[in-house]
Design a protein around this ligand. Structure first.
Ligand code: PFF
Ligand code: NA
Length: 435
């Protein structure tokens, strides 16, 4: 087997990880989930979940990945705990599973770029979504999105992922920033800022039972945790930079992009008097596209917005494919490109049912969101916190000025608060699967 790849630069790793984190979850799901959960009150809880629960959990994935220099499954064996490979397997299967329908949504996004340019959905946003989101066209676009993802991963860690995300991530920030400035000029958009940025404490208190699990779930999903993606990316570090510093940069940038997306979406919706509470998988497309149809320069606006969404989705999809590809690259002698193509084809097939109807896609999503993801994160936290604690703490401190006290504080978070938060979402999520 040839020498394992590493990132060319520290910034390359950070940008690739930001690319993984910034995705459909931030730009598409987050503003609408905020809308469905009462606006700014949700954001307060979400931010707390990201920094208190998500950040320590991300570091837990990093320490395993960097120390083991292996894919999620073999990482546990490499660290001397063969039985724990099953945890890596859950994460790897989750990546495979999630990419299958993430790619279907990616296909819709491609279609919406074209639809914006031609104004195809301007006369009927809902009918348009119905026509393109399910059926042969959706399958074809799903194939196209998967092909783009494979095209990046086939070129490898530095030449494929690092190089492409270095273009994609800055483009996302610049275009989204431009859209936010443009949105600020809309008449009547001010109410959107108020709704988005001034939390209503009564709403928060009254709905904490539903806001909390939604916020924690979203925090994990947006930070790409539980699918081995951050673990895998950290396994290519081969360097001793500070993991807490890199992790903090990634978390802050990801949060920034999510908030920026809200600064685009809310003024647009409020300027047209549209209710942002109409969340759900398809509603976001219908609502936003419906809004673009009513705005001056709506075609241009739509193209730019959906290009942002495509770049965000693609840079996340490649991290999911990389998880699975890494396992085979680490374990077989076949070329990376052959493996990426083969896996892409398999994931495409798994995703085809989701291209037949929104309810099937929602079911795939619910399995991932409510079961696979929290389960995998929970087990990983137990491993780092209780099984591998001493080595994990040493690894976290490597290349940092972090005191022993700081590292111990992290460890106790990983042992207590974080798994508890996951457990709550897991139980509430399972309950929602049962009904
Ligand atoms: N973080 C991505 C998003 O917010 O859309 C989704 C994601 C990508 C989750 C990669 C997990 C992952 F491994
Ligand atoms: Na992304």
């Amino acid at each position: 087997m040839s020498q394992r790849e590493t990132w060319a630069t520290r910034v390359g790793f950070i940008i690739a990880a930001v690319g993984s984190a910034v995705g459909l979850g931030n730009v598409w799901q987050f503003p609408f989930q905020t809308g469905a959960n009462g606006g700014a009150a949700f954001i307060v809880v979400y931010l707390a979940a990201v920094f208190v629960i998500g950040f320590p959990a991300m570091l837990a994935e990093f320490v395993i990945g960097r120390r083991a220099e292996r894919n999620p499954i073999d990482a546990f064996a490499r660290l001397g705990h063969r039985d724990w490979r099953v945890v890596g397997a859950i994460g790897t299967i989750s990546a495979f599973w999630i990419l299958s329908f993430y790619s279907v949504v990616g296909g819709w996004v491609i279609r919406y770029i074209v639809g914006s340019a031609t104004g195809a959905y301007f006369s009927g946003s809902e009918a348009y979504f119905g026509a393109i989101s399910a059926g042969p066209e959706a399958i074809g676009l799903h194939a196209l999105f998967m092909a783009l993802t494979v095209g990046v991963v086939a070129f490898g860690v530095t030449d494929g992922i690092e190089r492409s995300t270095k273009l994609m991530v800055p483009s996302i920030v610049v275009l989204l920033g431009g859209l936010a400035i443009w949105a600020a000029t809309l008449d009547g958009g001010g109410a959107g800022y108020a709704y988005y940025l001034s939390p209503d404490i009564d709403t928060l208190v009254a709905n904490i039972g539903s806001i909390l699990p939604a916020a924690v779930g979203q925090a994990f999903f947006t930070l790409s945790l539980g699918m081995g993606a951050m673990l895998t990316y950290a396994s290519y570090l081969g360097r001793d930079d500070s993991l807490p510093a890199d992790g903090a940069t990634i978390v802050v940038l990801n949060t920034f992009v999510g908030l920026l997306a809200g600064l685009v979406v809310f003024p647009i919706l409020f300027s047209l008097g549209i209710d942002p509470g109409s969340g759900g998988l398809g509603a976001a497309f219908i609502t936003l596209a419906g809004a673009f149809a009513q705005l001056p320069a709506g075609r241009l606006l739509g193209v730019v917005f959906f290009v942002v969404l495509l770049l965000a989705a693609l840079s996340s999809a490649i991290s999911l494919l990389e998880v699975v590809t890494a396992y085979l690259v680490d374990n077989t002698d076949r070329s990376r490109s052959t493996l990426a193509v083969g896996l892409g084809a398999a994931i495409f097939v798994l995703g085809v049912p989701s291209a037949f109807g929104l309810s099937i896609l929602a079911w795939y999503n619910a399995i991932a969101y409510n079961l696979l993801l929290p389960l995998s994160v929970f087990c990983l936290l137990i491993f780092v916190g209780w099984v591998d604690a001493a080595d994990a703490v040493t690894e976290l401190r490597r290349g940092t000025g972090l005191s022993e006290g700081g590292a111990t504080a992290w460890l106790w978070f990983v042992r207590t608060v974080v798994p508890l938060g996951v457990l709550v979402t897991l139980l509430l999520g399972l309950q929602s699967l049962a009904v």
